[in-house]
Ligand binder design. Structure first.
Ligand code: EPZ
Length: 417
């Protein structure tokens, strides 16, 4: 099993050019299905999830050059509307092909997306919204059959939870619908804004992305365009936290500080000094992590669930106790056993985790169970005294481009084996 070998205790210092956002590039690549022409997507991160999304496009009969950097996608000759379990099982977010394929082709056959270690990952909100737009959705044992014999019909849809994926799917499904679609109580994440910006650049008529109400005026076609994917706010917070947990300093470039304000505020409250400009953030640690106020995850603009494992590791080394409440996924605490092996004192009670900080962590052999939990384990290993092995790094490399190379460039003693 591939792993990172880390000798902790090094102060990290350096500047990182932040990768394009994983959670933006995936829906944008899926949205090219709506264009029926050629798009160039810049700042695509070199991730296994990006490569898998490109593979899905090729399976559908589209042409896509490369799997990172600037990807040219031509969906003119899209020839299939079927996504097998072999593809959807590997990546939960493949479900965002449903909306664009249904809007373009009028029918889709898609295997259920893999659940993952975070929890069951249902798609009821996606399907409920599509049905309200007139889609006929047959939930079969192995897969979903969706069709829209007439074009989808614009309507008003209110989500019972601001699901990111459901917001993306319904926004894309509405692009060619008859009339206006109003989506209420939707997700406000920056990645939604980025997707809407891409679609509008192609000729869609979407207003309100980033707020709780998005309005989509149906159009008849889109034309290709060029788009640069936003910087990855979670990756940026991860590298800044790596500097903070090792008593170092770091600058991250290519990300909008407004996209990670709640995490920057927490880093400041834990004792780090932060300076920021339009697409640049600098952090300098004062060498100690102070315990920070209780952390409760919430839909954007609240504290992001993806950030929780990163701050859980920070809290394990903080002077004082910290409290976390995870309100989005059932199992966001996969890194706790590994942190405990490193000497962290953490007690989990359902959605709540109580951390008794100011522990000097020691190296250990640990295993990542999911993307962000794995990143949290790496941060803890960087702060721990001694040698650590982090296995299961395929999870981590789904979301972090050149992770070990970037950390090594900042002075970490880390090697990928
Ligand atoms: C997106 O997942 C992100 N993934 C996740 O990032 C992120 O953690 C999550 O949004 C929340 O911000 C991508 O964008 C590819 P949701 P998504 O639909 O869309 C429930 C990472 O590490 N729900 O907002 O799947 C669901 O069970 C990943 O980068 C329903 O009940 O998240 C969960 O409890 C992990 N029914 C909650 O909503 C539905 O139909 C949030 O899910 C859909 C969701």
């Amino acid at each position: 099993m591939d792993r990172y070998e880390i000798v902790g205790g090094q102060r990290l210092e350096g500047e990182i050019r932040i990768q394009g956002a994983k959670n933006s590039v995936l829906p944008i690549l899926a949205a090219t299905v709506l264009v029926g022409g050629r798009c160039t997507i810049h700042n695509c991160p070199a991730l296994s999830d990006t490569a898998l999304t490109v593979q899905i496009l090729r399976t559908l009969g589209c042409r896509a050059s490369g799997e990172q950097g600037s990807i040219v996608v031509d969906t003119t000759n899209l020839s299939s509307q079927e996504l097998s379990e072999a593809l959807t099982g590997k990546m939960r977010s493949s479900i965002v092909f449903l909306g664009p394929l249904l809007a373009r082709c009028g029918q889709v056959k898609i295997a259920y997306p893999g659940g993952c270690r975070l929890g069951p990952r249902p798609i009821d909100l996606h399907l409920q919204g599509l049905r309200q737009m007139g889609a006929i959705v047959q939930e079969r044992q192995q897969d979903l059959l969706c069709c829209a014999p007439q074009k989808l019909q614009g309507t008003r849809i209110t989500l019972s939870f601001p699901s990111v994926g459901a917001t993306e799917n319904l926004m894309m499904a509405a692009v060619f619908a008859k009339g206006k679609t109003t989506l209420c109580q939707v997700a406000r994440e920056p990645e939604i804004v980025d997707l809407a910006a891409f679609l509008n650049r192609c000729g869609a008529k979407i207003r309100g992305a980033g707020s709780s109400v998005i309005e989509i005026e149906g159009v008849t076609r889109l034309q290709g365009c060029e788009h640069t994917v936003m910087g990855d706010r979670i990756a940026a917070a991860t590298y800044l936290a790596a500097a903070a947990i090792t008593g170092g300093q770091a600058a991250v470039r290519g990300v909008d500080p407004h996209d990670l304000l709640t995490m920057l505020t927490l880093l400041q409250k834990s004792g780090s000094r932060i300076c920021r400009e339009k697409d640049w953030i600098f952090l300098k640690s004062d060498g100690r992590i102070q315990a920070f106020p209780p952390v409760e995850t919430a839909p954007y603009p609240g504290f992001p669930t993806d950030g929780l494992p990163i701050f859980l590791s920070l809290a394990a080394t903080a002077q004082g106790n910290s409290r976390f409440v995870e309100n989005i996924f059932e199992n966001r605490y996969s890194s706790i056993p590994g942190l405990q092996k490193m000497g962290a004192l953490i007690r989990r009670e359902g959605r709540v985790a109580l951390v008794e900080g100011s522990k000097q962590l020691h190296g250990a052999k640990v295993c990542a169970e999911d993307l962000r939990g794995g990143a949290g384990l790496v941060l803890a290993a960087l702060a721990a005294q001694g040698f650590s092995q982090v296995e299961g790094i395929q999870w981590i490399e789904r979301g972090y481009e050149h992770f070990s190379r970037n950390l090594a460039a900042m002075g970490a003693k880390i090697r990928r084996r």
